[in-house]
Write a protein that binds this ligand. Structure first.
Ligand code: NAD
Length: 281
């Protein structure tokens, strides 16, 4: 048996006679393992790689059915579906630009129709288009704000009526420590990530009476394609400044998402959980 909190056995199993073989006992114990997200349906945006992918897989490992979105049709989506279905849960991908309001409405309608419910929404899709304010173009600003912040409005707006009807749900916005602290060269990105925090806190207050929770995860420096553009030396330098002395992994972030998506966080709403190795605290 694994963790005492998340796994349980019935009293009947504990009372099994010693005459049962080890195999039989283990088999019976396995039947009583409760996964944290069993019976839930999750919708994860931008999930064909990086943090979104890790969340989709970890959610499936915890028993959730997984719907995910991706911007363009690609083989990564097919591979992800296969990997998740092999875990014994339902999975479907939807190609759509998260920044497009009408397309988002259509995707959410399809997901609700295909899966029958939506219990968890992870607003993960995001981009960077860095530049100092003196050189930042309107295009750079608009692209980042639209993809990172408006997309979360689009999905939240579309999902909230579904969750309200179910009288419950958990929305998770993928913010960043940069949204809390700012970062030179990333004013557009930092503003979008700070906006996600304001959005989450407002939704938590507005929709709490309907049983809907909304929180943010603020990752620090996580090794994904998004951060791969940074040189090896720079990454090593950063890692030295992180108290836990390493960059984070997508799985580190996915573990926080499992907590926020599950009933383990039933009384947690309107909060920002940093996942940054104490880089920001
Ligand atoms: P990533 O670039 O690997 O993944 C981003 C995903 O979003 C990709 O799958 C991409 O296709 C998708 N996406 C982008 N625009 C989209 C759109 N318009 N519609 C649909 N999908 C779209 O990056 P990642 O590191 O996995 O980042 C995931 C999230 O975590 C982002 O919101 C990012 O800002 C945030 N974050 C990352 C870090 C980090 O260090 N990697 C730190 C803090 C926050």
């Amino acid at each position: 048996m694994q963790s005492g909190i998340r796994r349980f056995v019935t009293t009947r199993n504990l009372l099994f006679s010693h005459s049962f073989s080890t195999f039989a006992t283990n088999n019976a114990l396995n039947h009583n393992i409760m996964k944290l997200l069993e019976g839930k349906t999750a919708l994860v945006t931008g999930a064909t790689r990086g943090i979104g992918r890790a969340i989709a897989v970890k959610f499936a490992q915890e028993g959730a059915n997984v719907a995910f979105t991706y911007r363009q049709i690609n083989s990564n989506a097919e591979e992800l579906i296969k990997e998740i279905e092999a875990l014994g849960v339902k999975c479907k991908g939807y190609a759509a630009d998260a920044a497009d309001y009408a397309a988002t409405e259509a995707v959410v309608k399809d997901v609700a129709g295909d899966f029958g419910r939506i219990d968890i929404l992870v607003n993960n899709a995001g981009i960077t288009k860095d530049g100092l304010i003196l050189r930042m173009t309107e295009e750079q600003w608009d692209a980042v704000i639209t993809t990172n912040l408006k997309s979360a409005f689009n999905f939240t707006r579309a999902v909230v009526p579904v969750m309200a009807k179910q009288r419950g749900g958990s929305i998770i916005n993928m913010s960043s420590v940069v949204g809390e602290n700012g970062n030179a060269g990333q004013c557009n990105y930092a503003a979008s990530k700070a906006g996600l925090i304001g959005l989450a806190k407002s939704i938590a207050k507005e929709m709490g009476p309907r049983g809907i929770r909304c929180n943010c995860i603020a990752p620090g420096f996580i090794v994904t394609d998004m951060t791969s553009a940074i040189s090896e030396e720079m990454r090593a330098e950063w890692a030295k400044t992180i108290p836990l002395r390493r960059a984070g992994t997508p799985e580190d972030v996915a573990n926080v998402a499992v907590f926020l998506g599950s009933d383990m966080s039933a009384y947690v709403s309107g909060q920002v959980i940093n996942c940054c190795g104490a880089m920001s605290c």
